[in-house]
Design a protein around this ligand. Structure first.
Ligand code: NAD
Length: 264
């Protein structure tokens, strides 16, 4: 991205301001969406050319569609699973893990199912939309690993059924129309309500109930910083918007924070 000297100065001011807001805060929490993993090679769903432009979410992403047409899910998984498995954490994931080590990120609340925050070293990770790494039998409840699901679905070529109960195996990802794990959601709401700063990274804030969490922080007098490549229609909620790639801006903010805090 080419920009003028004025724009660059403004951008650097925003990075410094974000670092100052972290320094001034007592309880910082992060909320991450698909955008944080785009630089790891996993496309988001909503951006132009994203998965939802090829797979209609109503046909491929709802609980109803999974029950009635599970083959559609496995067709999509055939494309998505190799990307999820081949992905490595990027500098944005590592920056959040470093903030946690510095005592400046109490938890990462993520909408992602890719496990990249944990792999980067974050230890307090709340997976609002579940994980792609396990599944369970919808009849007997037996848990299956990703390897087992891959084998039973022949790499996504057919629907995976439980060998014992002969019932559908449902991956532990949350489909549209399916409730979120109530304990995970309650903990996320508690963290959002008791933090005085939330870093909202790579989120379109179009998917509820995750999209409501920044409002919990705001209502209690907390502040919000949005990190996104584009402006969103929710930007008026934010105290600061840092436009650009998360993999560049997050590490820059953490470096600026360390400088301000006198950490080498
Ligand atoms: P989303 O609603 O969180 O939107 C992604 C946002 O990230 C967009 O606003 C986009 O402008 C922004 N973005 C893109 N690249 C970025 C970058 N490099 N830096 C900063 N921001 C960037 O996500 P979605 O695509 O609508 O997906 C919906 C749901 O599907 C997610 O909440 C998640 O549950 C699931 N999903 C998960 C993954 C994953 O695990 N990596 C990937 C795609 C979708």
């Amino acid at each position: 991205m080419s920009c003028s000297a004025g724009e660059r100065d403004l951008h650097e001011d925003r990075i410094r301001l974000a670092a100052q807001m972290i320094l001034d805060s007592f309880q910082v929490v992060a909320l991450t969406g698909a955008g944080i993993s785009v630089e790891s090679g996993i496309p988001d769903f909503r951006s132009p050319g994203g998965l939802w432009s090829r797979y209609d979410p109503l046909l491929y992403g709802t609980y109803e569609s999974f029950i009635h047409h599970p083959e559609r899910f496995w067709e999509m998984a055939r494309e998505l699973n190799p990307l999820l498995e081949g992905a490595e954490p990027n500098p944005a994931h590592y920056a959040l893990a470093e903030l946690e080590k510095l005592g400046k990120c109490r938890a990462v609340i993520t909408q992602n199912i890719d496990h990249l925050h944990q792999r980067a070293g974050s230890t307090e990770v709340l997976e609002l939309h579940g994980t792609h790494r396990t599944g369970h039998c919808m009849s007997c409840g037996r848990v299956f690993t990703l390897e087992e699901m891959k084998e039973l679905s022949a790499g996504g070529e057919r629907v995976a059924y439980c060998p014992q109960a002969q019932a559908l195996i449902k991956p532990d990802v949350v489909f549209f129309g399916e409730p979120l794990d109530s304990r995970v959601l309650a903990r996320a709401a508690e963290l959002a309500s008791t933090s005085d700063l939330m870093l909202v990274i790579g989120c379109s804030l179009e998917v509820y109930p995750a999209a409501a969490l920044p409002e919990y922080t705001k209502r209690r007098g907390g502040r919000l910083i949005f990190f996104n490549t584009v402006s969103t229609c929710h930007d008026q909620l934010a105290d600061l918007v840092c436009l650009g790639r998360a993999g560049e801006n997050l590490p820059a903010v953490v470096e600026a924070y360390k400088k301000l805090a006198g950490i080498r």
